[in-house]
Design a binder for this molecule. Structure first.
Ligand SMILES: Cc1cc2nc3c(=O)[nH]c(=O)nc-3n(C[C@H](O)[C@H](O)[C@H](O)COP(=O)(O)OP(=O)(O)OC[C@H]3O[C@@H](n4cnc5c(N)ncnc54)[C@H](O)[C@@H]3O)c2cc1C
Length: 413
C-alpha cells in the first residue's frame, strides 16, 4: 500500500505519523514544496519576536524522526493530479503513483492588485523565507505598515510590536478582526492598540505603493501617504487548489470533503486549510484555516485511509489572540443563530467584554476580551453541547459564571 501526502504542514505531518502507527507496513511519502524541514507557520511570529530559533518552528524536533518512522520526505511541487491513473505529476518532471492520496496543501496569502506590490520591501508573513526577509527589514524603530487586521494580521502585529518597530495598521473593514470579533470587541481592541502606540486606520484601503524613494510611500484612499521601510500584507488567504484543474475533484472555496474527509474521487482525501469540511456549530462545510482543525483533520483522514471509516465530528471555529497583552477570543457561532438568546457583559473602562450566544438552552458561541480565565470553559461548554437548564438564566444574569456552569452541567450527567 502506498500512501502519498501532498503538503508537509501540520495536517500532512500529523497524517503521516498517524498512518505509520495504523499501518506499519505501508509506504508513506510526504511531499512539500519548500526547501525546509516540515515546520509550523503559527510558530513564525515567535521566531520574529525572538522567542524561538528556526529549529523551534520545526514540527518534529528530532531531525531523524521521519527516517525512524519510515516516512519518506520529498521536496517537489505537485503540478497535476490524474485520479483515473492514480498518478501525480511533479515539477521536476517525475510522476508518482499512489494507492491512497491525502491533499494537505494548505493555503497561500492573497496579494491584492495594488501598483508597486512587487517591490521586495512588500512582504507576506507566511513562510520561513518570509520571516527571514521581514527580520532583515525590521530594525528597531523601523516604520512598518501592516495591511490587514484580521486574525493573522493581529498575530503579525504582536510579533512586530515585540521587534520594537513603529507600526501603522490599515484595515479595509470598519473594525479589527471583523470575522472573529463583534463591534464591541473589535472597537475595544482598536482602542487598546492605539493606547499602546500602534496607529490603526480602519475603513481605509491602500491604493498604491510608491517604490522610487529610500522608503516606500504607502498611499491610502484618503490621499495620505505613509512612509515605510516595510509593508506587510495580511489580506486573507486562498486554499492551494490550482493544481487540481482538470482532475474532476469537486471544489468550492476549498476541496469539498464528506464526514470522513473523502473528496469526490475514490481514494483521495483532503485535510487542513485546503479542505472545506464540516463545521461543528452549523453542520455546513467551511474552510477553518486554523492549526488545531488542520491537525485533527490530518489525524482523522489518515485513520480513514488506513483503517476504517472514522467520522470527523466537525471543526470548531476557534480563535484566540494576545494583542499587546489583551487576550481576545471567539468560538463557534459567535455572531449568534436565528432566534437564539444572548448574554452580554461590557466594561469599556477595564477592557472587558463577554458575549454568550445560545441556541435553545445550549451555548453555541462566544466572544470574549480581557477575560482570559474563561477561554477553556467557553470552549468546553460549546463542544460538550451540554443542555444548560437552570444555568442559562444564571449565565444571562452573569456571563462570567461559565466555569461554574461547565462544572455544574458536567456533574448533572
Ligand atoms: C503567521 C501565522 C500565524 C498563525 N498563527 C496561528 C495561530 O496562532 N493559531 C492557529 O490555529 N493557526 C495559526 N495560523 C494558521 C495555521 O498556520 C494554519 O492553519 C496551518 O498551518 C494549516 O496547516 P496545513 O497543514 O493545512 O497547511 P500549511 O501549514 O499551509 O502546509 C501546507 C504545505 O503544503 C505545501 N504545498 C502547497 N502546495 C503544494 C504542492 N502543489 N505540492 C507540494 N507541496 C505543496 C506548502 O508549501 C506547505 O508546506 C497562523 C498562520 C500564519 C501564517
Amino acid at each position: 500500500m502506498q500512501h502519498v501526502i501532498i503538503g508537509n504542514g501540520p495536517a500532512g505531518v500529523v497524517a503521516a505519523d498517524t498512518l505509520r502507527e495504523a499501518d506499519p507496513a505501508a509506504s508513506i511519502i510526504l511531499l512539500g514544496d519548500e526547501p525546509e524541514p516540515p515546520y509550523g507557520r503559527m510558530a513564525l511570529p515567535y521566531l520574529l519576536a525572538g522567542n524561538i530559533d528556526e529549529a523551534g518552528t520545526h514540527l518534529r524536533r528530532d531531525p531523524e524522526h521521519y527516517d525512524r518512522q519510515g516516512i519518506e520526505l520529498r521536496t517537489a511541487r505537485v503540478t497535476a493530479l490524474d485520479p483515473d491513473r492514480a498518478q501525480l505529476a511533479l515539477d521536476d518532471g517525475a510522476s508518482l503513483d499512489y494507492d491512497h492520496l491525502l491533499i494537505a496543501t494548505g493555503s497561500r496569502p492573497n496579494r491584492p492588485s495594488i501598483p508597486g506590490i512587487d517591490d521586495p520591501r512588500v512582504q507576506t508573513c507566511w513562510t520561513l523565507a518570509d520571516a527571514r526577509a521581514i527580520a532583515a527589514l525590521t530594525e528597531r524603530d523601523a516604520e512598518v505598515v501592516l495591511l490587514g487586521a484580521g486574525f493573522i494580521g493581529c498575530i503579525v502585529l504582536q510579533a512586530l510590536a515585540e521587534r520594537g518597530v513603529r507600526l501603522t495598521v490599515v484595515e479595509t473593514a470598519e473594525r479589527m478582526v471583523a470575522r472573529m470579533l463583534d463591534a464591541n470587541a473589535g472597537g475595544l481592541l482598536q482602542a487598546w492598540c492605539e493606547r499602546h502606540g500602534v496607529s490603526v486606520r480602519t475603513g481605509t484601503s491602500v491604493t498604491a505603493i510608491e517604490t522610487g524613494g529610500e522608503t516606500l510611500g504607502v498611499t491610502l484612499d484618503d490621499g495620505s501617504v505613509l512612509p515605510a521601510q516595510l509593508l506587510i500584507l495580511a489580506a486573507g488567504v486562498s486554499p492551494n487548489i490550482d493544481f487540481l484543474a482538470g482532475s474532476g475533484i469537486e471544489t468550492g472555496r476549498g476541496i469539498l470533503v464528506d464526514q470522513c474527509l473523502r473528496s469526490s474521487k475514490p481514494g483521495i482525501y483532503a485535510a487542513g486549510d485546503v479542505a472545506e469540511g464540516r463545521d461543528f456549530s452549523t453542520g455546513h462545510r467551511m474552510v477553518h484555516a486554523i492549526q488545531p482543525v488542520a491537525a485533527d483533520q490530518g489525524r482523522c483522514a489518515a485513520l480513514n485511509m488506513a483503517v476504517h471509516p472514522t467520522p470527523y465530528p466537525g471543526g470548531l471555529a476557534m480563535n484566540v489572540l494576545d494583542t499587546l497583552g489583551l487576550v481576545s477570543c471567539s468560538f463557534g457561532a459567535w455572531d449568534g443563530v436565528d432566534g437564539g438568546d444572548s448574554a452580554e457583559l461590557l466594561d469599556r473602562d477595564r477592557f472587558r467584554y463577554l458575549n454568550l450566544r445560545f441556541a435553545e438552552d445550549r451555548l453555541v458561541g462566544a466572544t470574549g476580551l480581557g477575560l482570559t480565565q474563561h477561554v477553556g470553559a467557553l470552549r468546553g461548554l460549546i463542544q460538550s453541547r451540554h443542555r444548560l437548564g437552570p444555568w442559562q438564566a444564571r449565565l444571562q444574569r452573569d456571563p462570567t459564571r461559565v466555569m461554574e456552569a461547565l462544572v455544574g452541567c458536567s456533574v448533572q450527567l
